[in-house]
Write a protein that binds this ligand. Sequence first.
Ligand code: PMT
Length: 405
Amino acid sequence: MTQTLQNKRLLLGITGGIAAYKSPDIVRRLRDAGAEVRVIMTRGATEFITPLTLQAVSANRVHTDLLDVDAEAAMGHIELARWADAIIVAPATADALSRFAQGRADDLLTTLLRASDAPVLVAPAMNQAMWRDPATQDNSKILLQRGYQFVGPAEGAQACGDIGAGRMSEPLAIVDAATALFEQQLLTGQHVVITAGPTRERIDPVRYLSNFSSGKMGFALAEAAVEAGAKVTLIAGPVSLPTPDRVERIDVISATDMLAAAELSAASASVFIAAAAVADFRPRAAAEQKIKKTSDIETMRIDLVKNPDILRSIAESKRSLYCVGFAAETENLLAHARAKLAQKSLNMIVMNDVSRSDIGFAADDNEVVVITSEHAIHLEKTKKRHLARRLIQLISEQVGPGNRA
Ligand code: PMT
């Protein structure tokens, strides 16, 4: 048995299907593999199996209610969401998939899914016709797009007498899939350099030009790339975010600093991702002393010069690098993004609409279109951390072990 699940904190969601009778076996196997397991049951699930059984096998109190005062006092739902390294939903009924896809938050399980950044694995279980139903298929596609992982459903004889795809996967297959959540080393052997955050261009000792980038997108990418097994160098403009585990961080202030750090790091890199919002211009010369406001001056001009284009310069100087840019657009979104893909000699560009306040600059969420010479893939609005995992997955499909030149 591998040590992958050793000390992992797993939340098992059980929804109301006949396959719930197998859930205690899943808990037992996860615990045998060294994981700590907490269980959440929907009201429907409690019709099929008792919370007491799950409490006995998990050795933890079972959570069933969003509005349970005692449970909230012991470990509130937000705390539970943060606690989990991964969430497994087994069985996941057709209704559960539909509710997850809608983004509902009207019971404990759906609320936790909204509140958690942890990877989610679902094991669908339903009648074969319900699984084939277009609505269920659409819901599954939505969840896959959001980065949910699926195990099964398996084919075979069903509790209702039908035969086909819809049975919940066996507990062992579910445990294997849970293990794989932590073993997805898609970028093993790759060195990924990521720029993040804004740059600051000095006007005088106390003033600068900058923008609203928080660094969240670039930091989320760094975290996802490390999870995928890459060595990661994160070149960060001035932001107030903690350094993700196992990431080498280089702090910079201006675009010129960022270019110098990028050139140095790119020498040994195989992937370069530019998520930073680099100031396109800087004052021609920063004043040595604080610029004074005198009574005779009503307006003032600052002479600006163009900053180097970091991404373009790196992409053109090292053709073997897989270069990914971000396009921050407010109009003619796809056309402008495609133009940047070509002008900057990129392999991939990730377009985000920065005219919206709910995504893009400083927001926790983003929604993007990933454009290459072959395709344009829309990734719908979700947390930057989820989106980053999807982006890293798409990048790894291009540069992963099977695809290296
Ligand atoms: O940091 P957050 O608050 O999470 O916000 C995320 C984000 C909106 C900043 C991010 O998703 C994003 O869009 N980053 C790119 C911002 C930008 O500068 O876009 P652009 O279209 O102006 O530039 C295109 C590409 O060239 C970008 O990859 C940029 O990093 C790069 N560039 C631009 C100018 C320059 N002088 N050097 C560069 O490397």
